[in-house]
Design a protein around this ligand. Structure first.
Ligand SMILES: Cc1cc2nc3c(=O)[nH]c(=O)nc-3n(C[C@H](O)[C@H](O)[C@H](O)COP(=O)(O)OP(=O)(O)OC[C@H]3O[C@@H](n4cnc5c(N)ncnc54)[C@H](O)[C@@H]3O)c2cc1C
Length: 384
């Protein structure tokens, strides 16, 4: 058997892979990161300027300890690299009191004693005039909310990885992974690379190298748009928090204040849930149905932001059963670690996911609680 080229090879250098590579290299492992295109490329899930981060997790309070660690690890990344990755703006979670977003956020805040305020429509009008609420809606303001800059964070993780000796191979596609008793062989064209362990973090392409996820991991098309604010003061960074808004049976919307010349960003979680067939093909650009949805939302719910639409982009969520995460060894293969792209809500966790992936690849287990994100749990969610 050929000698090892590295302790760990990380395949895919988006949010999760770049973080895993940085964490592995920081622990002194000989690490190689391999990326089919460029990090945070336009077909990946890790581009588009901003990603919301929040502590009061309406999806399930059990995420909160991991989120606390994510804030620490984002700040550590900033210290290591001198780059600004995480900005605190507060997050408004808006809807009827019994809506999943509002009731779930309050449950998380109560369980973990998270600083928050509950604002009725008149308090919202006074403090955050950008938002239009119905009389029966409220907003939960969670002070620790904010946003992470995805492209900057990927670049920062890769800088940190390189500073600790990691090797980066861009424009290099891994075609297959072949685990054996001693390690893993990666097939890259005619080359064979030997690693003691691999992390597969290939986002929308995850099922290509992890056949166990075929039929389970489904990439879907996502569309976001930016608008020139009608009222710059009310929608500026420093005035307007990031937000999530429960829109009842329609789903939920999210958005950011104006972070730059493109203005206020809005999107709908999971958009129209349109499956992406071949992740190597660019998604169809935003069409009238896409923009009508977002134009109507901003006109009705953020009227002070609803100037001309300046830009749109498409991106991908990769959904798993239960809209959850998968961070585990491949069943029966302790040398292969799988990092799911996290069902459209993973970016905020990427810094701590990197830590978990490095734990699993280098030490065989993580000190962070990840049982809920294993293959067994995934099978239960798929069967539910
Ligand atoms: C519009 C949008 C808004 C979002 N908003 C939020 C938010 O507000 N908050 C939040 O927490 N999350 C959010 N998310 C989700 C979050 O962005 C994703 O969970 C995260 O980016 C997934 O990162 P990843 O590293 O798994 O995948 P990717 O970023 O897609 O990275 C995978 C990489 O693997 C490479 N690759 C693929 N196959 C191979 C191969 N065979 N060999 C080598 N390399 C390969 C690809 O080129 C790619 O660069 C949002 C996502 C989208 C699209």
């Amino acid at each position: 058997m050929a000698p090892f080229d590295c302790d760990v090879a990380v395949i895919g250098l988006g949010a999760m892979g770049s973080a895993a590579l940085a964490q592995a290299a920081a622990r002194g492992a000989k690490a190689i990161g391999i990326e089919a295109r460029t990090p945070a490329n336009s077909l990946s899930s890790s581009h588009g300027d901003s990603r919301i981060i929040r502590l009061g997790y309406f999806e399930d309070p059990s995420y909160v300890p991991m989120l606390r660690r994510a804030y620490e690890t984002w700040r550590a990344l900033e210290r290591h690299t001198g780059r600004e990755v995480l900005t605190i703006t507060g997050v408004l979670q808006i809807g009827r009191p019994d809506s999943p977003i509002v009731s779930g956020t309050l449950a998380s805040c109560r369980e973990y004693d998270l600083a928050h305020e509950v604002l009725d429509p008149s308090a919202m009008a006074a403090r955050f005039p950008a938002f239009a609420l119905d009389p029966d809606e409220i907003a939960v303001l969670e002070h620790q909310g904010g946003f992470v800059r995805p492209e900057v964070a990927v670049a920062a993780h890769l800088d940190w990885a390189r500073a600790n000796g990691a090797e980066l191979r861009l424009d290099t596609r891994v075609e297959a992974i072949e685990p054996d008793d001693a390690g893993v062989t990666l097939r890259i064209g005619s080359e064979r690379l030997r690693a003691k362990a691999v992390v597969v973090a290939t986002g929308p392409w995850i099922a290509e190298l992890v056949p166990a996820l075929r039929g389970l991991a489904q990439p879907i098309r996502q569309v976001v748009a930016w608008y020139e604010p009608k009222n710059k003061a009310a929608t500026a960074l420093g005035t307007m928090p990031v937000f999530l808004r429960d829109a009842g049976p329609v789903g939920s919307f999210f958005g950011m204040p104006a972070l730059g010349p493109d203005g206020v960003k809005v999107g709908k979680h999971a958009h129209f849930r349109e499956p992406v067939g071949d992740p190597d093909q660019a998604d169809a650009p935003a069409n009238a149905r896409d923009t009508d949805l977002l134009d109507e939302f901003i006109a009705r719910r953020l009227p002070l932001a609803a100037g001309p639409r300046l830009a749109t982009t498409t991106c991908r969520y990769t959904m798993l059963p239960g809209e959850d995460f998968l961070l585990d060894h491949l069943p029966g293969e302790r040398r292969v670690v799988v990092a799911s792209p996290c069902s459209g809500h993973g970016y905020k966790f990427a810094s701590v996911v990197g830590e978990i992936l490095a734990d699993l690849a280098l030490e065989g287990a993580s000190r962070l609680p990840v049982e809920a994100f294993g293959f067994e749990a995934l099978a239960r969610k798929a069967a539910a």
